[in-house]
Design a protein around this ligand. Structure first.
Ligand SMILES: Nc1nc2c(ncn2[C@@H]2O[C@H](COP(=O)(O)OP(=O)(O)O)[C@@H](O)[C@H]2O)c(=O)[nH]1
Ligand SMILES: [Mg+2]
Length: 382
């Protein structure tokens, strides 16, 4: 028994019409009807039929050709004109059939093409890329990729991963230049994003043999100063509490005199729309502006619209880039990459756990690409 299909069409009638063109009406048996949505916006409903051929019938095309060829010599007593007319008619009918077959072939090629673009669209959705980003990738496929490449899903995936990689912005020179001159790392962001924890992780795992100290300006959260002092004790370093810009001037001067390489400054969690607190923190930080390296912290699981809002609100601090925290609490990286593409802000560090001794690394493209879901080998980078 020979199987056929799936044969596709925009209506059941069209599918039956195709089948009747390819086989005789009793020459096939449909065992399964299917329906799916295709097209760029998934608005195109496509019906499909699968089944088997009852007997190996000659195609309608073959039959009509044979009928016509047999019909002409049988009519020996016809005039030459009638015979020529018959041949002309045969030529036209054969031409029509050939056109029909060509149309069907083109249709099945573009169906495969659509299916692969649709697969990429749904993978990007699974990875939480924003709709605008997904539309841009699909448009790029439509406009710039040859059909032959789009039809091979694996090479299509590889190309899309290349595009995603190009959208990831990284700035990783923070510690490379840590030795000279002194750098003041300032940790900004809303409450609970991981500022204090990240300072400890960074000091413990990334600072190497740099000489550093902690400053905390967080006089607002209960226990924040004690928390910072405890961490400093564990790391066997000093911790200063900064309440006003005079404190900052003094402690900054001391740190310079002790020839330190780094100062880690913790700040209270606040929203910049909390104007008085934002103004206080800005004023406290003012004396060390020249050496300052401000960073904004945002948890990787934050919704896209909230990330954009936080990024805009904190722009008054002129931060160098973003530390994305808590990657262990999300399974997708699409939102983070969409944000980078939209804002052009680079990623500085990634954190992925509560362990202060590890769970932090300098941002890399591979960290994000290896977390892409469904791109298989195309997304695996070392
Ligand atoms: N799962 C997870 N939790 C984290 C991470 N970084 C920080 N936290 C936790 O988030 C909570 C708030 O962290 P904290 O540093 O106090 O935030 P802050 O208010 O911005 O200083 C604490 O319970 C941390 O242990 C991380 O990378 N992953
Ligand atoms: Mg804190």
């Amino acid at each position: 028994m020979t199987a056929f299909g799936p044969i596709e069409g925009t209506s059941k009638e069209e599918v039956l019409d195709t089948l009747n063109t390819l086989y005789t009406p009793r020459g096939y048996k449909i065992t399964k009807w299917g329906e799916k949505y295709k097209g760029f916006l998934r608005t195109k409903k496509i019906y499909s039929a699968e089944g088997y051929l009852v007997v190996e019938e000659k195609s309608a095309f073959q039959k009509s050709k044979e009928e016509l060829l047999h019909a002409i010599p049988a009519q020996k007593n016809r005039s030459e004109k009638e015979i020529l007319d018959g041949m002309k008619d045969m030529r036209e009918r054969l031409g029509e059939r050939l056109d029909q077959i060509e149309r069907r072939l083109n249709q099945s090629e573009s169906t495969q093409w659509d299916a692969n673009v649709l697969e990429i669209r749904s993978l990007l959705e699974k990875n939480d890329f924003i709709p605008e980003y997904i539309d841009e990738i699909c448009t790029r496929i439509h406009e710039s990729m040859p059909q032959s490449e789009v039809k091979r899903l694996n090479s299509l995936k590889e190309r899309v991963v290349d595009w995603i990689a190009a959208d990831i912005k990284i700035e990783s020179s923070v510690f490379k230049t840590a030795k000279q001159p002194m750098k003041i790392l300032i940790f900004l962001g809303p409450t609970g994003v991981g500022k204090t924890t990240t300072i400890v992780k960074m000091a413990a795992s990334l600072a190497g043999d740099a000489k550093y100290t902690f400053f905390t300006t967080d006089n607002y959260k209960i226990g924040a100063v004690d928390q910072m002092r405890k961490f400093a004790e564990l790391l066997n370093i000093s911790c200063s509490v900064i309440r006003k810009d005079e404190d900052m001037k003094l402690k900054f001067w001391e740190a310079s005199a002790f020839d330190l390489d780094l100062i880690f400054i913790d700040t209270p969690g606040f929203s910049p729309t909390h104007y008085t607190l934002a103004a206080d923190v800005r004023q406290i930080l003012e004396p060390c502006k020249a050496e300052a390296y401000p960073m904004l912290l945002i948890p990787a699981y934050t919704r896209y619209s909230d990330m954009i809002r936080i990024i805009e609100e904190f722009s008054i601090f002129d931060y160098k880039g973003i530390v994305f925290t808590k990657f262990d609490e999300t399974t997708t990286v699409g939102t983070v990459i969409s944000v980078m593409k939209k804002t052009g802000k680079p990623a500085l560090f990634f954190t992925d756990g509560q362990d202060a001794a590890k769970n932090i690394e300098a941002a890399t493209k591979t960290f994000l690409l290896n977390r892409l879901i469904g791109f298989g080998k195309a997304g695996q980078f070392k």
